[in-house]
Design a binder for this molecule. Structure first.
Ligand code: LLP
Length: 429
């Protein structure tokens, strides 16, 4: 079977491997549930974007800013930083994490609708590349904070181009009705305002229209609209140094999905930008860099045959990977060891006390109690969105590099989970 993930996750004989290591060995060494990533896949995914940008005449100055929210593990951030990536952050926490991982602050862009004063101060003091400002009120606040610190804040406005990205409503952000960005019709006036505020330096135009996009057309439509804005600003003497096109390029979760190749998505966009002098491009991919570079390794606790359905109850749950519960997202689920036993259809579910705690329904699997399963394409928004619901320690994370497995986050202990809690004094009740 052709797995929908990366070529670095493949069967050798009947055993699923990550690069050169069998997943059965990783489960034995680190336990389950466990997120497993491939260094080669991560590297290749980033390089694909960097190569597509380098083919553009001004590519050398252009920047891939990995969207930290997709998977913020320090080892992954460090790997990307060493490969020359910048970072797209949405909180002071992500800034601190990126810096701790070795990021260059001068390659960090700060997105998000609710930046606090403290987060602005932190980012100004670090000397980030750009604030992607999402409202008129944020412009004024940033100007005031920068003034107090005696600094000038570099800004882009996140412009909402009002295009339909045709993805799940929870992850589509570019429509007029979204809370994100400023309407494109309001952008000229806001840019005039920004250009007159003494502690701001207008440097860019930014947009992000949604996530898991499989059709390149909405990107192209967004660029067309942004270019009209750029021309309008140039005519008013507002020079734009960079255009940030956000993230959003989708990955293949199911066999029949055909996301565009990185170059096929980018080249037409870059073509539209030819002849625009010194304009530099910034991209903020998250999912496309890490999604297919990771899987969730889990063990079957029980098989529970039923009158109308069979259940495979596994040791991972919605707290480990909430995408199926939250977005009805599909993740391919495969056996780690292919055996010659009859297959049956199972609802693959976790131990959490909610009916929404499922990974897949009616999945054909040839399994027995105690077998290992892999939930594929789980590298993005998997561990990042995990929780401790039901007092379940979060999974371990392992990064495979050839024939070496590195533990990049140890499994939490139960004591970790209540370490920040305390009882009230023991007065008589
Ligand atoms: N830039 C901004 C401003 C964003 O809001 C996002 C994602 C990205 C970049 C990266 O988008 P990507 O390349 O990963 O599509 N939890 C959801 C996805 C939420 C995406 C939020 N914003 C999921 O599991 O599908």
């Amino acid at each position: 079977m052709n797995l929908p993930g990366s070529p670095y996750f493949a069967y050798r004989q009947d055993d699923l491997h990550v690069e050169n290591l069998p997943l059965s060995g990783i489960a034995a060494q680190f336990g389950t549930p466990c997120y497993v990533y491939s260094r080669a896949a991560l590297t290749e995914n980033l390089r694909e974007f960097q190569a597509a940008l380098a083919a553009y005449p001004l590519g050398a100055d252009s920047l891939v800013c990995y969207a930290v929210k997709a998977n913020p593990n320090l080892a992954i951030l460090n790997l990307f930083a060493r490969l020359g990536a910048g970072f797209d952050i949405v909180s002071g926490g992500e800034l601190q994490r990126a810096l701790a991982a070795g990021a260059d602050a001068g390659k960090v862009v700060f997105s998000g609708v609710g930046k606090s004063v403290v987060e602005m101060e932190q980012a100004l003091n670090a000397g980030i590349l750009c604030f992607n400002v999402e409202s008129a009120a944020e412009l004024e606040r940033l100007n005031a904070v920068a003034g107090r610190l005696g600094k000038r804040a570099p800004v882009s406005l996140r412009v909402n181009p009002d295009v339909d990205p045709k993805t799940h409503p929870y992850i589509s952000t570019g429509l007029k009705s979204a809370k994100f960005g400023v309407p494109i019709a309001d952008a000229p006036a806001l840019y005039e305002r920004a250009a007159h505020l003494p502690n701001l330096a207008v440097v860019g135009v930014d947009c992000h229209i949604g996530s898991q996009l499989l059709d390149p057309a909405p990107f192209s439509e967004a660029v067309d609209r942004l270019l009209v804005l750029l021309d309008h600003l140039a005519a008013r003497g507002i020079a734009i140094r960079h255009l940030d096109l956000g993230g959003g390029l989708g990955i293949r979760y199911q066999q029949d999905e055909t996301p565009p190749e990185v170059a096929a998505y980018l080249t037409p966009l870059l073509d539209k930008l030819q002849g625009r002098g010194e304009l530099k491009i910034i991209l903020e991919p998250g999912r496309r860099l890490v999604g297919n570079a990771g899987l969730l390794l889990t063990r079957v606790e029980y098989l529970k045959p039923g009158a109308t359905k069979n259940f495979a109850i596994i040791d991972a749950a919605m707290n480990d990977l909430m995408r199926p519960a939250l977005y009805a997202a599909w993740h391919e689920i495969v056996e780690v060891a292919r055996k010659n036993i009859p297959a049956a259809r199972y609802d693959v579910v976790g131990p959490v006390c909610e009916s929404g705690d499922f990974f897949g329904q009616e999945r054909p699997l040839a399994i027995a109690d105690g077998d290992l399963l892999a939930v594929l394409s789980a590298g993005a928004y998997g561990m990042a969105m995990s929780s401790n619901y039901n007092t379940r320690p979060r999974a371990a994370e392992v990064l495979v590099d050839g024939d070496k497995a590195h533990l990049i986050r140890r499994r939490e202990s139960i004591a970790d989970l209540y370490a920040h809690e305390q009882r009230i004094p023991t007065d008589p009740i």
